[in-house]
Design a protein around this ligand. Structure first.
Ligand code: FES
Length: 107
């Protein structure tokens, strides 16, 4: 099990424990985290699963595929350094402790 922390724009934190193998979006959905709507179901086609990854974790994530990078251009106020689509991040042991922030527009 690994621990993920989702932080709403209000500062409210949701700490969840999850097995590996799911995507961060699936973990958010399964735990009713507000603000991760995931309208396309994880097909990398909607950007409603956008988050800002805590800067200390950026280097531990696998790099963005081109499709994710392209779609992030359509997210609201993407940050070139920290924005990611949670449906494209698989939860692995390396990500134990990951912290992501949900954009205000999704909160
Ligand atoms: Fe639609 Fe991630 S769920 S892009």
């Amino acid at each position: 099990m690994v621990t993920l922390t989702f932080i709403q724009h209000s500062g409210e934190q949701h700490v969840v424990k999850t097995p590996t193998g799911l995507t961060v979006m699936e973990v958010a959905r399964d735990n009713n985290i507000p603000g991760i709507d995931a309208d396309c179901g994880g097909a990398c086609a909607c950007s409603t699963c956008h988050v800002y990854v805590d800067p200390s974790w950026i280097g531990k994530l696998p790099p963005k595929e081109e499709m994710e990078a392209d779609l992030l251009d359509f997210a609201h106020e993407p940050n070139p350094e920290t924005s990611r689509l949670t449906c494209q991040i698989e939860v692995t042991d390396v990500l134990d402790g990951l912290i992501v922030r949900i954009p205000v527009q999704q909160g």
